[in-house]
Design a protein around this ligand. Structure first.
Ligand code: HEC
Length: 177
């Protein structure tokens, strides 16, 4: 009986170890693998619709904004930021620049640059309102999209445009063949 219990515990313990090992392998694989196409596609939709990033950054993310009333967004294709910094920029905005903060709780608890709304006020920092607030998962998908299709991808041209949209759409006509 005792042996049986001990055996069972041992099995349980190895089970946990195996699970932990496969989980960490999964995490490592995820870092080195390309993100899955579904999250890239979802990130692209958020960029164009819910987050309306394209209003200031242009559909291609190259800074040719879609809405002339909006501030000039950065050319994200030339951004030197790594994934972590891109995520901070999206969640927290960029103090001193008209880049909105998309995390609903951005300046509530010090999670953004250690500042709260009171600190912003003291330093006379303000941000434009974001078109919508975004969940952490949505921001991860945006980052997947940006690093797959925008950041570090070079200037938009016809071939990249067709790859970006998945076919030779109207928007690609401006780029010479
Ligand atoms: C109201 C206009 C506006 C909107 C909407 C907007 N941005 Fe920005 N964004 C800016 C401006 C302005 C900057 C800073 C430009 C500069 O550095 O001069 C910026 C900077 C950034 C940067 C930092 C780039 C770098 O290399 O420093 C990232 C990343 C970024 N935006 C991503 C996004 C994403 C993703 C969205 C949508 C969720 C978005 N932005 C929506 C205006 C906007």
């Amino acid at each position: 009986m005792r042996a049986g219990v001990r055996g069972g515990l041992w099995l349980l313990a190895t089970g946990c170890l195996v699970t932990a090992a496969s989980l960490s392998m999964g995490a490592a694989a995820r870092v080195s693998q390309a993100p899955d196409p579904d999250s890239i596609a979802a990130g692209m939709r958020i960029f164009r619709q819910k987050g309306d990033c394209q209003a200031c950054h242009g559909w291609a993310g190259d800074g040719r904004k879609m809405d002339n009333q909006m501030p000039d967004g950065a050319n994200l294709r030339e951004s030197k930021l790594d994934r972590e910094k891109v995520i901070v920029a999206i969640k927290c905005g960029i103090p001193g620049k008209p880049m909105p903060a998309f995390d609903r709780l951005a300046y509530s608890d010090g999670r953004c640059y250690g500042m709260t709304a009171a600190d912003l006020q003291k330093r006379q920092i303000s941000f434009p309102d974001p078109p919508a607030t975004l969940q952490p998962r949505e921001i991860e998908m945006l980052a997947d999209f940006l690093f797959a299709k925008v950041i570090g991808q070079g200037p938009m041209d016809r071939a990249r445009c067709i790859e970006f949209w998945g076919s030779d759409v109207e928007a690609c006509r401006e780029f010479p063949k």
